[in-house]
Design a protein around this ligand. Structure first.
Ligand SMILES: [Fe+2]
Length: 383
C-alpha cells in the first residue's frame, strides 16, 4: 500500500535490540518486495519465524484443469453454486492464464488451519456475507461489497459470520491502485474515484504466545504444502511499513460520469501486471440530449474481457443473471443485445454493481467453467 501503517509495539530504530519481558530478544522479520527495492514492513515475533517443526509429505496439486472449448463469447451461471468446503479448499477456478486465476467460492465450513499464498497476491470480492480477516498483520472485519487485498506471503485465516459468496483473483504480480490515480509520492489524487480515507487497514493486532501444533498451508506454484510450527503463527507484537492487508468497499467507489458515454478505464479500481479490475456501480447516465447511454459495440483488440454481475439491472445484456460471469475474448466484437440500445434511450441512471477484469493475455477456461456454461450464449445476438 502506498501509505505507512503501524500496529503494536516496535523499537525506535530498525535492527536494534528489542527485548521481551523475560529479557530475551524479539525476533525481527523483514517483509521486502522486488529484491529490497520496493515496499516493505518490519514485524517483531515472540518466536523465531524460520523455526519449522515439520512439513507433511502429502502435497496437494491445486493447478486449474483446462477445458479447451474454443473461441466464442461465454456466459457462466454461478447463482446456484453450492456451499462447499472452506475459504481455500472451496475455491473453484473458472478462468486463468499465467497472470491471474479467477475463482468463485461459497465456503461452508471454517478454516481449521492458517494459509499463506507464496506465489500470488489475493484480491477477494465479497459478493455476499460478512466475517473477519485474521492475519499476522492484524484483524479486519469484512462485509458485502468489500475488496480484500492480501499481499503474498501474509499468513491469514478467513472466518465467516454469515454465508459468503466470493469472487477470488490470485495475481502473479502485485495488486496496486492504478498509477494514474497517484502522485509521485504515491498519494491518491483529486481525480481518483477513491482515496486513502476509503481504505481500511488492520486496526487490531492479535498476539498469541500459545504453543502447540499449528498448520500453515503454503501455496507455492499451485502446490499446497502443510507446514507445521510449534507456536501460534500470530505471535507478532508489532510491525510497521507499507506492506499489510487492506480492504476497499465497492460502494465507496465514486463513479466518473460524462456528457457522452465514458470508456471502461473510468471504472478502473486496481491494476496488476497483465490485468486490471474495474468496478461498475450505480450512477447517473450520460446527459447529452442525444446520448446513447449503453456501450457501443467494441473490439477489445488485445484483451479478454470478463464481467461478474453482482447486483442490479444489466439492461444491455439478455439472459444475464445474478452472479453470472460473461467472457468476451479478443478477436470477437461484442456489444449490446438487439433492442437494448433503443430501450435505453432517455434513461437517466443505472442501478448496478459489477466487477470487471480485463486481461492482456488470453484466458483459458477450466473444467468447472464447463459445468457452469450457458451453451447458446454466443448465439444470443441473433434477432
Ligand atoms: Fe466490453
Amino acid at each position: 500500500m502506498p501509505f505507512y501503517h503501524k500496529l503494536g509495539k516496535i523499537p525506535q530504530k530498525r535492527h536494534t535490540q528489542f527485548k521481551q519481558p523475560d529479557g530475551s530478544l524479539y525476533h525481527e522479520e523483514l517483509f521486502s518486495t522486488i529484491g529490497f527495492d520496493s515496499i516493505l514492513s518490519n514485524a517483531y515475533h515472540i518466536n523465531p519465524p524460520a523455526k519449522i517443526d515439520s512439513i507433511e509429505k502429502v502435497i496437494v496439486d491445486a493447478s486449474p484443469v483446462e477445458w479447451d472449448a474454443g473461441l466464442r463469447p461465454y456466459h457462466f451461471k454461478t447463482k446456484g453454486l453450492k456451499f462447499e468446503l472452506d475459504f481455500i479448499t472451496g475455491r473453484k477456478p473458472v478462468l486463468f492464464n499465467s497472470d491471474v486465476i479467477m475463482s468463485v467460492c461459497r465456503p461452508e465450513s471454517q478454516m481449521d488451519y492458517f494459509y499463506r499464498n507464496a506465489t500470488c497476491d489475493e484480491l477477494i470480492f465479497v459478493h455476499e456475507g460478512e466475517g473477519m480477516l485474521e492475519s499476522n498483520f492484524g484483524f479486519l472485519d469484512f462485509r458485502k461489497g468489500d475488496y480484500i487485498v492480501i499481499p503474498r506471503s501474509i499468513t491469514f485465516r478467513l472466518v465467516h459470520k454469515t454465508a459468503p459468496r466470493l469472487l477470488v483473483f490470485e495475481s502473479a504480480g502485485p495488486i496496486k491502485t492504478p498509477k494514474r490515480y497517484r502522485n509521485e509520492f504515491g498519494q491518491l489524487l483529486e481525480h481518483s474515484p477513491y482515496c486513502e480515507r476509503d481504505i481500511r487497514a488492520p486496526e487490531r493486532l492479535f498476539t498469541s504466545s500459545d504453543k502447540g501444533d499449528f498448520i500453515v498451508k503454503v501455496k507455492k506454484e499451485n502446490k499446497i504444502y502443510s507446514v507445521h510450527y510449534d507456536f501460534h503463527p500470530f505471535d507478532v507484537i508489532g510491525y510497521d511499513g507499507f506492506y499489510f492487508p487492506w480492504i476497499f468497499n465497492i460502494d465507496d467507489f465514486m463513479p466518473i460520469t460524462g456528457k457522452i458515454h465514458m470508456p471502461p478505464p473510468i471504472h478502473q479500481t486496481f491494476e496488476a501486471p497483465g490485468f486490471v479490475v474495474c468496478s461498475f456501480v450505480s450512477r447517473l447516465l450520460d446527459y447529452h440530449p442525444l446520448a446513447v447511454p449503453v456501450p457501443y459495440s467494441h473490439s477489445n483488440v488485445d484483451s479478454d474481457e470478463v464481467l461478474y454481475y453482482a447486483d442490479g439491472n444489466f439492461f444491455s445484456r439478455k439472459g444475464i443473471d445474478y452472479a453470472s460471469i460473461s467472457l468476451h475474448p479478443g478477436g470477437l466484437t461484442h456489444g449490446p443485445h438487439p433492442g437494448t440500445t433503443e430501450a435505453a434511450l432517455g434513461k437517466l441512471e443505472t442501478v448496478e454493481t459489477a466487477v470487471m477484469m480485463d486481461t492482456f493475455k488470453p484466458l483459458k477456461l477450466t473444467n468447472f467453467a464447463r459445468e457452469l456454461n450457458d451453451e447458446n450464449y454466443y448465439l444470443s445476438w441473433k434477432d
